[in-house]
Write a protein that binds this ligand. Sequence first.
Ligand code: PGA
Length: 239
Amino acid sequence: MKQASKIIAGNWKMNKTREQAHDFFKALGEKHLRDNHRVIICPPFTAIAIAREYADNMGFTVGAQDFYMPVKNGAMTGEISTEMLMEIGVKTVLVGHSERRAHSNETDQLISQKVKHAIEVGLMPILCIGETLEEREGGKMKQVLRDQLVSALHYPHDKFIIAYEPVWAIGTGKTADAKTIDEAHKFIKSVIGEDVAVLYGGSVNEKNAQEILGIKSVDGVLVGGASLDADKFSAIINA
Ligand code: PGA
């Protein structure tokens, strides 16, 4: 029986030199990968061109982890624009990752502007949302998710993707259990629309991917640490 197609996205964060990226793609290319999933890989800016060299043959698309807006170019030292990313073949971009919310002070207001800008220029934003442990334990999960979803509320449902990444599950090895994931995804879909793709992220690995991808309300996964290793990432794609 052919299984439903899901989205498998990898977020390399601040990892891999260009040489290491080559090694990764060569190793991934040697694996037999099922081809009905949509695979997206988000390398650091410096390795995007390397990813593009392999993307078409290997059947994945390339995403970026961030961009600067609202200006297209100008006096913004250290920043990268959507125009620059699109010129080198980037199709997707992460927006509002909890690490950027926490370390770069990105607010829901800025994140809303970024989602709007990405959609306007034709990049597919993956809007990352998720509650902290404190918010969950304080009974605020739904309110937090609802507030974070406002950024995408008024756009056509095929123009963006949501990634539900509970902050307490990112990089901690503590994956949310199937019931918790299903409840959150159903809630998100009830707010934003049943037909919006909602990925789960937070300590997804080659061991838990099959169970997570088997949850009906899960349209795919956003993988951090385990996307850096060709063995693990291919096992997730094939899960
Ligand atoms: P992790 O990261 O898989 O290492 O927990 C996920 C993410 O931050 O997108």
